[in-house]
Design a binder for this molecule. Structure first.
Ligand SMILES: NC(=O)C1=CN([C@@H]2O[C@H](COP(=O)(O)OP(=O)(O)OC[C@H]3O[C@@H](n4cnc5c(N)ncnc54)[C@H](O)[C@@H]3O)[C@@H](O)[C@H]2O)C=CC1
Ligand SMILES: O=c1[nH]c(=O)c2[nH+]cn([C@@H]3O[C@H](COP(=O)(O)O)[C@@H](O)[C@H]3O)c2[nH]1
Ligand SMILES: [K+]
Length: 457
């Protein structure tokens, strides 16, 4: 989803053993492929998307970076982006000499404050983290810009990060040791070209993204991709019935995505009058897919960590989450202050009017003909409360699932599936009263900070 997964989210997901599916709502397919490349080029310990200044930036622009993001220095590049030529670097040390109270000095060109690239110690993209770290220490500098052979900025190494260098023992790597990443494509004819770019950029998995997977458009694209790129794992969907599952498995799907209208921003069940209760859908489709040796993804409706455990118990091999990961630091978009002074980020359905209007690609998807001006939204646009960084939230989710498995008495997803299959682990219907009882109830008030999601971060 375009408010959940771009390269930043995909990187952190892979570092913790998951995978991110880069959304397909970019202005061009090249933009989507560029996000795949960013994940593939990610080097552990490096900041791959540092906030940059442009050659015509001023001291004021640096102050804005400091105010908004808390960073005291920034690389200066030709056009203010990563990937363009590095022309200098500003650090707090250079900045301390500027009196920020004086207006004239706020408009001082950054070129007068920065240290010119010719005088900087630079790291090379081909160097390992150890070599670059040694360079930092040797020269006692705070920040080391990493450039490629053309002098273009590709990353930044910060001394402050050395102290918190993390290890990711469960990271998802491909055979070349690069992080795994997937991408979503729609079922339009144009996707054939998009797929070529995504595969070239190194996508490991493609997800054919549609609310109703069993369409002729999807089957055609699925067959095309399987024939043209047999090495690519393909997840088809979405489906909620065994019949739909059969159609896609027969057409060659390697995995299925289950869920129709169960997502937090979904209004499909109300507007289209189609869909299915998510637990039933996961249970039924997973049971059938298992007989065909095809794994399934439970997509949508994961409200909290317990829902992941439930989805796995119902037969899913993994879950896909939108809302639960939205409004983390790594989700696209900026935080802003929502009603009640709460810090929020935007989260919207890919079928919301908002998403449809933003990009020509998604508009195209929703117009049955070019001249068709009537849009039927299948999702809403919303905000989500700041959830902090995935570096804390993902370990919380993982540990939460582990505790759930421990309490149930299973050691792995495979064991869970086997014991459910054999009837040793069983589900029992809960009455509405039992569900109320299972939640927080009868309290005068809940103390701030102890809300359900994220307890124990
Ligand atoms: N999981 C869920 O419950 C739902 C998810 N969504 C999300 O919203 C986004 C859009 O979903 P959909 O509306 O299902 O998109 P879609 O692209 O599958 O369908 C949109 C419209 O385009 C038409 N279409 C698709 N391919 C075509 C082709 N090759 N030629 C001519 N017409 C074609 C379809 O028939 C449909 O009318 C996706 O990201 C999806 O995941 C939307 C609704 C429900
Ligand atoms: O009915 C819908 N209208 C939409 O506009 C829409 N956008 C996304 N999705 C689906 O919702 C999933 C995420 O759901 P959660 O926020 O509950 O994790 C996602 O993974 C999608 O399957 C949509 N469904
Ligand atoms: K819903």
């Amino acid at each position: 989803m375009d408010t959940v997964t771009e390269s930043g989210m995909a990187i952190v997901m892979a570092l913790y053993g998951g995978i991110g599916i880069i959304h397909g709502n970019f202005p061009t397919p090249e933009d989507q492929a560029a996000e795949i490349l960013k994940v593939k080029r990610f080097k552990q310990g490096f900041v791959m998307q540092p906030y940059c200044l442009a050659k015509d930036s001023t001291a004021y622009d640096m102050m804005q970076i400091k105010k908004k993001y808390g960073y005291t220095g920034a690389p200066v590049t030709e056009d203010g982006k990563v990937g363009s030529k590095l022309i200098g670097m500003v650090t707090s040390r250079d900045f301390d000499f500027i009196d920020v109270d004086k207006k004239v000095q706020m408009s001082t060109p950054i070129s007068e404050i920065m240290v010119d690239a010719s005088k900087l110690i630079l790291g090379r993209i081909s160097d390992s983290l150890e070599v670059s770290q040694r360079l930092l220490k040797q020269h006692r500098i705070g920040k080391l810009p990493i450039v490629n052979e053309n002098g273009q900025l590709v990353a930044l190494l910060c001394r402050s990060d050395l102290l918190k260098a993390r290890d990711y023992p469960n990271a998802s790597y491909d055979s070349k040791g690069q992080l795994l990443v997937g991408a979503a494509v729609n079922t339009r004819e144009t996707s054939k070209k998009t797929v070529e770019l995504l595969v070239e950029a190194g996508a490991d998995i493609l997800v054919i993204d549609s609310s109703n997977g069993s369409s002729s458009y999807q089957i055609n694209l699925l067959k095309f991709i399987k024939e043209t790129y047999p090495q690519i794992d393909l997840i088809a969907g979405n489906v909620v019935t065994r019949t739909q599952a059969k159609i896609l498995i027969d057409a060659g799907a390697d995995g299925l995505r289950i869920g129709m209208g169960s997502g937090s921003i979904c209004i499909t069940q109300e507007i289209m009058a189609v869909g299915r209760a998510q637990a039933t859908a996961v249970y039924e489709v997973a049971r059938y897919a298992k007989t065909r040796g095809v794994p399934v993804v439970a997509d949508g409706g994961i409200r909290d960590v317990g829902y992941i455990t439930k989805a796995l118990a119902l037969g899913a091999s993994c879950v896909m989450m939108g809302g639960l990961l939205a409004a983390t630091t790594e989700a696209p978009g900026e935080y802003f202050w929502g009603p009640g002074g709460v810090r929020v980020k935007k989260y919207r359905g890919m079928g919301s009017l908002d998403a449809m209007e933003e990009h020509a690609v998604s508009q195209d998807r929703y117009f049955t003909a070019e001249s068709d001006q009537i849009k039927v939204a299948q999702g809403v646009s919303a905000t989500m409360k700041d959830r902090g960084s995935c570096h804390k939230f993902l370990p919380y989710l993982i540990r939460g699932v582990q505790h759930g498995f421990q309490d149930i008495g299973v050691r792995s997803v495979e064991q869970m599936h086997a014991e459910v299959g054999e009837g040793r682990i069983r589900f029992e219907r809960r009455s509405p009263n039992a569900q109320l009882e299972g939640g927080v109830h009868s309290l005068h008030s809940i103390l701030a900070g102890s809300e359900k999601v994220g307890v124990g971060l």
